[in-house]
Each structure stands twice: as C-alpha cells, then as structure tokens.
Design a protein around this ligand. Structure first.
Ligand code: DQA
Length: 140
C-alpha cells in the first residue's frame, strides 16, 4: 500500500501555529506517528505552500503508483477550483483531512471545493484524522 500524505499552505507551521485551534504536534510528529502506527504502509510525506506545486504533486500520483492520497489542502480547500480539478484528474482516491472542525468555524470555511471529488472528508478530529484516513485506505 503506497500512500501520499500531502499537506498544503501553512501546515509547515503546525505545532506553533494557533495551537488552540491546531494543537501542539508538528508535521514531523504526525509523520513519525503514522510511520509507527502503520509500519507496512509505504508513505511519502510532502508539504507545500504553493497551489501549483500541490497540483504538480497530485499529477505524479500515477507514475508513483500511489494507492491513495491523504490530503489537507489548508486554506486552498475553500478557494481552489484548480486543486479540485487535479484531484478529479488523478486515479487514486483522495481523502480530505482537516485538523479543525471547519464546519464549526467561520462561514468561509464551510465550503470545500475539494470534498465533492474526494472519497470522503474528515474534519475536527485533530491529527487522529490522518490516522483514520489511512485506516480507510487499508480497509477499502
Ligand atoms: C485546515 C482548515 C483550513 O480552513 C485552514 O485554512 C487551514 C487548516 C485544518 O487542517 O483544519 O490551513 O485545513
């Protein structure tokens, strides 16, 4: 099972960024916990702040033989038709993950351009959401 865990803008600041909203764990902590919980999964972890770079990474899904993508698109969730089109364009299923409960926050965070073309969305469960997304791919 080959999975890409892809994180979008500002998620490189996890651990120090608004810890009351996003918690104290860093992206490195998330990676270490996933690797330790799922030793048989072949993970790649990428983070980028740029919309185009995230699109390019999604486009590599086929040549990398990915079985799925766990994707936190950050703020682009609520703005990006181009990222939605990239998710639609690739074969492997994508699960959208948000640390915070976007539906309980500002109205502009209630809409996701990406979720309708994903296998599903997990929001509000903190870093556990990444683990649940991996679990989904293992059970699917
Ligand atoms: C986020 C939610 C987004 O609304 C926000 O812009 C982020 C993080 C989350 O993980 O809760 O950058 O995707």
């Amino acid at each position: 099972m080959k999975l890409l865990v892809l994180n979008g803008p500002n998620l490189n600041l996890l651990g120090t960024r608004e810890p009351d909203v996003y918690g104290n764990e860093t992206l490195d902590d998330v990676e270490a916990a996933l690797r330790s919980s799922f030793p048989d999964v072949e993970f790649s972890f990428r983070q980028d702040n740029g919309e185009g770079a995230l699109i390019d990474l999604l486009h590599t899904a086929h040549e990398r033989g990915l079985d799925g993508v766990v994707f936190n698109p950050g703020g682009y969730t609520h703005t990006s038709v181009a990222l939605r089109d990239a998710v639609s364009a690739i074969d492997p299923p994508v699960v959208e993950v948000h640390l915070s409960n976007v539906h309980a926050r500002e109205a502009f965070r209630h809409k996701s351009y990406i979720a309708p073309v994903c296998a599903g969305q997990i929001a509000g469960l903190g870093t556990t959401g990444y683990h649940l997304a991996v679990r989904y791919f293992l059970d699917a």
